[in-house]
Design a protein around this ligand. Structure first.
Ligand SMILES: Nc1ncnc2c1ncn2[C@@H]1O[C@H](COP(=O)(O)OP(=O)(O)OP(=O)(O)O)[C@@H](O)[C@H]1O
Length: 554
């Protein structure tokens, strides 16, 4: 296909306001693309290489402006192009406003007069060559390549879409969904089949060509490939109550505070690590590669988090991982300073089997089998009990993790989707400063310590109970809290203590419910201890009136 033809189609698509019509126009373009279908399916989205590909053009605006200026003729400088861009706001229109491929441009730079315009394939090949340029002189080489292409662009549309393509600013209203629907329409295959093939391959060119050549059966044959990353499944915020309500049994995991990674391991080939944006970060994380090579003996694609760890293995804050992630230089030196480890929580492919459609529990079993004997596999608690989930969360927080993830144990892996199957436990909406008016002794190991604290809100003439907090407190903190509260105990009845209102706790919670359990008529759902407010007196603690206002605003 001539690039001019592609550009004419792009202009038609850009001018079309109706989404459905756009799909049909893109489908027409695909139907006419012949041997260039793969490239065209990407170009139309402003993409030169597949989404997962390492290759980038690395063409910044100034380089592009320089090339346009050169193609525009001897009297035009990059500064003129920039001035025009400031007025127009669109590099495509600016490029088209110069006579880049006309007599002047050709004559001035000695290019062959009357040379044919480039084909789509030629544009692709030139850009691929440009992407490969590196080292000293590569900037000049890139300007020269772009100049060469622009000099061959005769019509306005060619220059317009070429300039936009190289800056990844196609702006013709064609997103991934449009391309998916257009492939289905052009080659008469089911949209769902196209969507699935795109999910596993992230390669619009491959999917378009397969749909045309082999139809639905061909699409079904597109599988995950070790070494070709897929988009990460994402999470929404949600509460423990939401999770139990939705699935009854909840799969609970530690939420690690690191950077998302997808590990691709081929025992006969390479081990590669990709970021959440499918960017390759292998070189920055040699520990992860070494770990995979030591422990994996089958092809695998794993999803997880890379965390920074202290010498004793405890997690370090996220900022520490960032000092390692994507690092290109001094990797070995930084490795001495910040150690990282893999925490794997999902398995997309194990030893020849794609597991995207398997339930979470099965994928997790496969993960545990692959990495048996290591401590890199996330612990998965299956529970329908809010207290158990809270206890798991308390342990995770105490160990220095970010919190917990709540997942549907039956859910499949949906790449790129931010669905309701994975919930990151909703952060507390508000915090309340409440007065400790009672307590209970702990149990077992904690029998000599207070374990649970009864909390009250202030009213005009006293305090009314609203909940108990036992979560979010480490052993050390519990010892300090016992020392703090015990002197105020006024009555003891077995395990239960009555406490003079003296101490104020700051607590988080998920929700406030009306409840007959406590004298205030309200109960906190999932209360969590945050801190002692030793700067507050009980008289300045939160009032029942504030609690009522919070309930109204929920
Ligand atoms: N056990 C786990 N399961 C899934 N994700 C986990 C787990 N532990 C840590 N994570 C991380 O938590 C992220 C989801 O949480 P969160 O939404 O807060 O991430 P974010 O990157 O800050 O924001 P967002 O994904 O909303 O853009 C995942 O992308 C992953 O990096």
């Amino acid at each position: 296909m001539e690039f001019a033809e592609f550009a004419e189609h792009a202009a038609g698509i850009e001018a079309e306001p109706a989404d459905l019509e756009v799909v049909s126009l893109v489908a027409d373009l695909f139907a006419e693309a012949d041997a260039d279908l793969g490239v065209v399916a990407r170009f139309v989205q402003g993409r030169v290489f597949p989404a997962y590909s390492e290759r980038t053009l690395d063409v910044g605006p100034s380089l592009c402006h320089e090339a346009i200026a050169r193609a525009a003729g001897p009297n035009v400088e990059a500064a003129d192009v920039e001035a025009r861009l400031a007025e127009e706001g669109d590099i495509g229109r600016v490029a088209a406003s110069y006579d880049t491929g006309g007599q002047r441009g050709l004559g001035a730079f000695g290019a062959t007069d009357g040379a044919p315009g480039p084909t789509v394939r030629e544009v692709y090949d030139e850009l691929a060559g440009l992407a490969a340029a590196e080292g000293a002189g590569s900037q000049d080489e890139k300007v020269a390549t772009l100049f060469g292409l622009l000099s061959r662009c005769d019509g306005d549309a060619e220059a317009r879409y070429l300039a936009r393509l190289v800056l990844s600013e196609m702006r013709i209203g064609v997103g991934e969904g449009t391309v998916r629907d257009a492939i289905a329409e052009a080659f008469d295959v089911d949209v769902a089949a196209v969507a699935r093939a795109l999910q596993v391959s992230n390669d619009y060119g491959l999917v378009a060509e397969t749909a045309r050549e082999e139809g639905a059966a061909g699409l079904a044959g597109i599988h995950l490939e070790v070494g070709r990353p897929v988009q990460a499944m994402l999470a929404q915020a949600g509460s423990v109550a939401d999770a139990i309500e939705a699935w009854e049994t909840v799969a609970v995991e530690t939420k690690f505070d690191g950077a998302r990674v997808q590990l691709h391991h081929d025992p006969d080939g390479r081990t590669e690590v990709f970021s959440r944006n499918m960017e390759e970060v292998t070189a920055a994380l040699p520990e992860v590669v070494e770990f995979a090579e030591r422990h994996l003996d089958a092809p695998a694609i794993l999803d997880g988090e890379v965390v920074a760890v202290a010498e004793d293995g405890s997690p370090l804050p996220f900022q520490e991982v960032l000092r390692r992630f994507r690092r290109k230089h001094d990797v070995e030196r930084m490795r001495e300073e910040v150690a990282v480890e893999l925490r794997a929580f999902d398995c997309l492919h194990a030893d020849g089997a794609d597991l995207l459609d398997a339930p979470l529990t099965e994928r997790h079993d496969a993960l545990a089998a692959l990495l048996a004997g290591t401590d890199a596999v996330s612990e998965l608690l299956l529970s329908d009990d809010a207290d158990d989930i809270e206890a798991f969360e308390a342990d995770a927080l105490e160990a220095g993790h970010e919190g917990v993830m709540l997942k549907d144990p039956e859910s499949t892996y949906t790449p790129g989707k931010r669905g309701k199957q994975w919930l990151k436990r909703k952060p507390d909406v508000e915090t309340l400063d409440l007065v400790v008016t009672g307590a209970e002794w702990g149990e077992g190991r904690r029998a000599s310590l207070l374990g649970t604290f009864l909390l009250s809100a202030r009213t005009e003439d006293g305090y009314e109970t609203i909940g108990k907090v036992a979560t979010g407190i480490s052993d050390d903190e519990l010892a300090d809290l016992t020392d703090l509260v015990e002197p105020h105990v006024v009555r003891e009845d077995g395990q239960t203590l009555e406490v003079d209102p003296q101490v104020v706790f700051e607590v988080g919670y998920e929700e406030i419910q009306r409840s007959p359990t406590y004298s205030s008529g309200y109960a906190l759902r999932f209360p969590r201890f945050l801190a002692v407010r030793d700067d507050k007196t009980p008289e300045s603690a939160d009032s029942l009136e504030r609690v009522e206002r919070l309930v109204e605003s929920q």
